[in-house]
Design a binder for this molecule. Sequence first.
Ligand code: UDP
Length: 317
Amino acid sequence: MIVSSVLCRYGHSPASKGRVTVFARVRFLPRAVPLDRQETKMTRRRQIYEGKAKILYEGPEPGTIIQYFKDDATAFNAQKKGTISGKGVLNNRISEHVFTMLGLIGIPTHFIRRLNMREQLVRQVEIIPIEVVVRNVAAGSIAKRFGIEEGTMLPRTIIEYYYKDDSLNDPLVSDEHIAAFGWASQDEMHDIADMAIRVNDFMAGMFAGVGIRLVDFKLEFGRLFDGDFARVILADEISPDGCRLWDMKTGDKLDKDRFRRDLGGEVEAYQEVARRLGLLTEEESAVLDLDEHRKARGKTPATVPTEAAPDTKPPAI
Ligand code: UDP
């Protein structure tokens, strides 16, 4: 019975092949719902949610989730779509590294362990519907909103909150809106702001150590329930998809702006980040090279800050 219920939940077990799995599915899944809507063919696990860059599956234990990192890339609230081949593998590794390090300095996170090239096991949380953006240098929407030149050092680190709602284009909101509409309590927002600053301090140092400027990044938090008690922990992912990372010497963008602004060399840039963080073997590092990509496009290294293409995106996406 235990085996059956496991098979029922995931469609397979490490040992499951063929008939047993099919039997369990037929026996336990509602027939009215097509199987391919409940389980992906590739992993045969129950899919909980599919986002722009990740798929979430039910995890092996109650209270766990498997995050699958896709190669899909979107920008400008999904008005621009594409695929960056290999991105999911790199983001899985980079996010594993960052979350592990943050855990080591005492930031509570949802990360449990990486399972394979594209998947990681995480704790199930109730996501707080706020995107927390931390900025050290003006870029993207803040540069556009206040007419500040991209690359201008901000006088102090700025934390912004955006309400997560694609249909509203993730509007910029204040603490007042968050409290008034009950998206998070004052205590939770206090914890979130504290953690965001600690994450920024740690990551800015970590990236500076490998010659990368941490311009800005986005965090998401979730509530981890323990009976009636809930505490806020860091969730989602931290990868070049949600950070602006500039090479300190050349100003090259090593993040999703390469995709947003049609600069090309996306996967090379993500790989460069992973390589500098010591996450790739020499063999893996040799596969792709941003310098080679630049040369092939006839570009010489730029000076800091660089490639400041006009910000054509709508605000707060
Ligand atoms: N960001 C993100 N997801 C979003 C919006 C922003 O990961 O939905 C990240 C983005 O990659 C950047 C930072 O948050 O590192 C600040 O983004 P900004 O507000 O400048 O918007 P953008 O110009 O990236 O749309």
